[in-house]
Design a protein around this ligand. Structure first.
Ligand SMILES: [Zn+2]
Length: 419
């Protein structure tokens, strides 16, 4: 088979286009596939202005190239001077659309699809290296597909939403990420972590066939800004606080106790040296060496040890079989922490007292954990998703790159998207 005929079949061009020549250009180390239109093209063309089918050839636009899949490990490009047609009804002249053209200029659909497959598996920089293409070109393709697929999403079935912050650490801008907890997909990421982010989400819901009144469950951390935003924009939603955030706040309180005790007492300072990992983990996650360290510490009168025991007890309350049992355990826990804190004249348990007050204040939302079918596993998994996103977008600090990558990785979008 002659190469022209082979490429004609491989490219699935139809009657309107012909492969006119395939050549290897040594100076560029490239295979060029030259394509031109046939008279049959004008039988299927429709005027983009008045939709008349009475169109005929007019002239040709300047020659352009589209990067295509490699041929025998050589880069290949489609070369074509796109024909311009004129409408016999409205007399307007327009350029015919190339059926091989991808969403971003200068790439074929097949090349984009392959590049997107690579970008799913590795950082964009790496994919660009493999394809011998600029990373900016790959990002443009990614943006084009993500934007188009995301804009067409329907959120009409979304009723149960969770939100979390991305970029809690480091020098990045804060992002609030909204997720559909039933479909387990990221819906929206917006800059900021204030109440206004919820107004933005309500607005976007409207644009995607959803409605703020349809949202009946919202899972968030206990930040006052989020609470305010939900109450203001999602009046029908029951708010629940997920276990992950409750425990991590109490964990932060334990760490604060450790720091204060280290500062307050020379003996404690020696005992607590390099133990922050110990209090952060659960006992079953300790290594053998860490367990030995614990054996040395457990009988010392350390306030940090007491705070740690309080944290473990809170986690045990989460194992309760029902909301009723959980309620009494949480109430008991709060009372215990507050009594111990009041009795300790050094004030070292103050961070724990505050954590208990917070748990008491948000008890109804915390008990949302036991509601039928309510699991926030996806929300808890977001943090590992955030790291995966950052890994893939490594080297690109701007928020737009992070958001596009987040939708690409976790938005369950149909990509490549030509809809
Ligand atoms: Zn026309």
């Amino acid at each position: 088979m002659v190469p022209e005929k082979m490429f004609q079949q491989l490219l699935v061009l139809g009657d309107g286009w012909r492969v006119q020549g395939v050549e290897y250009v040594e100076a560029e180390s490239k295979v060029l596939i030259r394509i031109g239109e046939t008279p049959a093209l004008w039988r299927s063309e429709v005027c983009p202005h008045c939709h008349s089918k009475a169109v005929g050839g007019y002239d040709h636009a300047p020659e352009r190239r589209w990067r295509h899949l490699n041929v025998c490990q050589l880069q290949s490009e489609i070369v074509c001077a796109l024909p311009r047609g004129q409408c016999k009804e409205c007399k307007q002249v327009y350029t015919a659309r190339a059926p091989w053209e991808g969403r971003s200029r200068g790439l074929t659909q097949e090349f984009e699809a392959f590049a997107l497959t690579l970008m799913r598996e590795m950082p964009v920089k790496k994919a660009a290296e493999i394809l011998d293409e600029t990373d900016q070109k790959l990002w443009r393709a990614l943006f084009a597909h993500v934007d188009a697929a995301w804009a067409d999403l329907s959120w009409e079935n979304v009723i149960w939403v969770g939100a979390d912050e991305m970029n809690r650490k480091k020098g990045h801008n804060y992002l609030t990420v909204f997720a559909d907890l039933q479909a387990r997909r990221v819906l929206l990421a917006v800059e900021g972590k204030d109440a206004g982010t919820w107004a933005r989400f309500a607005e976007e819901l409207g644009r995607h066939n959803g409605h703020p009144k349809a949202i009946t469950q919202v899972a968030i951390d206990m930040s006052p800004a989020y609470l305010k935003g939900v109450r203001k924009n999602f009046g029908n939603a029951t708010i629940s606080f997920d276990k992950f955030h409750v425990v991590s706040q109490v964990n932060a309180a334990v760490e604060e106790v450790r720091r204060q005790e280290t500062r307050a007492d020379a003996v404690a300072r020696t005992q607590l040296a390099q133990t922050s990992w110990l209090w952060r983990k659960n006992p079953e996650a300790w290594t053998e060496r860490q367990r030995e360290r614990w054996e040395q510490l457990k009988d010392k009168p350390l306030v940090t040890g007491l705070a740690y025991a309080m944290r473990l007890e809170l986690q045990r309350a989460y194992a309760s079989a029902s909301a009723r049992v959980a309620r009494s355990r949480f109430v008991k826990w709060c009372r215990w922490v507050q009594t111990e804190a009041a009795e300790l004249s050094s004030g070292l348990l103050e961070p724990m007292r505050k954590a208990a007050a917070m748990v008491g204040r948000h008890l109804e939302g915390i008990l949302g954990h036991w509601k039928e079918g309510l699991t926030t596993a996806f929300l808890e998994g977001l943090n590992s998703l955030f790291s995966a996103t950052k890994r893939k977008a490594r080297g690109y600090r701007s928020t737009e790159y992070q958001i596009a990558m987040l939708y690409f990785v976790a938005g369950k979008l149909e990509i490549p998207y030509y809809g």
